[in-house]
Design a protein around this ligand. Structure first.
Ligand code: NAP
Length: 247
């Protein structure tokens, strides 16, 4: 059980992040919901978590790609909760387009949020983890970072970068009993993918490429996150949650 432990989940105001927040709260963790713009969605997630699981839960508006804002947020969370034990870097965006036509702003922004954002949060949390000689870091990558995906050069690069970041950080922090792992989801139904999923033809095409034959749910990813929080002898691993898509 995770009673008395605090989990920071970025991008927890909806989708996969909200499901991970609920899952860890169901195991007793106190939750810091980090989000970038939608106050009402974050407050709704936090109120539900408090009501359903009787844990402490607070919201923090923060653009994780901003080094100083991330620092202020981590400091505020430590002041409010005392310490942090779990960091889930889940905040992510897409700005899809073919590489031949992609502008540098769209390439850079996706790298900044998805990869630099995770670095910023790890950077500001790790001193506390080292001091307490324990902690869990989970980075939400993607099968796009393993296989590459046409139309997603920026996103695939950011998610592949997260895998390298995960392994380097795992090696650096292992001597202090801190684990760092990545989850690589396949196709999961959320706001990020709903446009694709709404088109029946495209949905059938996607399903035909997935060995298990169906699109994943946010709970599938949350289950993997909870497993990696409890696993003390797994570090530097990339756990695919993709119905077999990238095997
Ligand atoms: P989503 O529904 O679009 O939610 C994205 C979340 O990230 C929101 O809470 C959003 O907050 C937050 N966010 C965006 N930019 C941010 C920033 N600069 N700073 C802090 N928070 C920010 O996404 P999702 O589908 O749940 O995806 C979650 C993660 O899983 C992402 O990293 C994504 O790449 C990865 N993933 C998803 C799939 C999939 O099929 N859905 C597959 C593989 C990997 P606001 O709403 O407040 O802006």
């Amino acid at each position: 059980m995770l009673n008395g432990k605090t989990a920071v989940i970025t991008g927890a105001s909806r989708g996969i992040g909200a499901a991970i927040a609920r899952k860890l709260a169901s195991k007793g963790a106190d939750i810091a919901v980090v989000y970038s713009s939608d106050d009402n969605a974050a407050i709704a997630v936090s109120e539900e978590i408090k009501k359903d699981f009787s844990v402490n839960c607070r919201c923090y508006r923060c653009d994780v790609s901003d080094f100083d804002e991330a620092k202020k947020t981590v400091t505020a969370i430590k002041n409010d909760f005392g310490s942090i034990y779990i960091l889930v870097n889940n905040a992510g965006i897409t700005r899809d387009g073919l590489c031949a036509m992609m502008n540098s702003e769209d390439f850079g922004r996706v790298i900044d949020v998805n990869l630099v954002g995770a670095f910023n949060m790890i950077r500001h949390c790790c001193a506390g983890f080292i001091r307490q000689r324990g902690g869990r870091i989970i980075n939400i990558s993607s099968v796009s970072g393993i296989m590459g995906n046409a139309g997603q050069a920026n996103y695939s690069a950011s998610k592949a970068g997260l895998i390298g970041l995960t392994k380097a950080v795992a090696r650096e922090l292992a001597p202090r009993g801190i684990t760092c792992n990545a989850i690589a989801p396949g196709f999961i139904l959320t706001d990020m993918t709903k446009d694709m999923a709404e088109q029946a033809e495209q949905q059938e095409e996607i399903k035909s490429r997935i060995p298990l034959g169906n699109i994943g749910s946010v709970e599938d990813v949350a289950l993997a996150a909870a497993f990696l929080v409890e696993a003390s002898y797994i570090t530097g691993e990339v756990l695919r949650v993709d119905g077999g898509l990238a095997m």
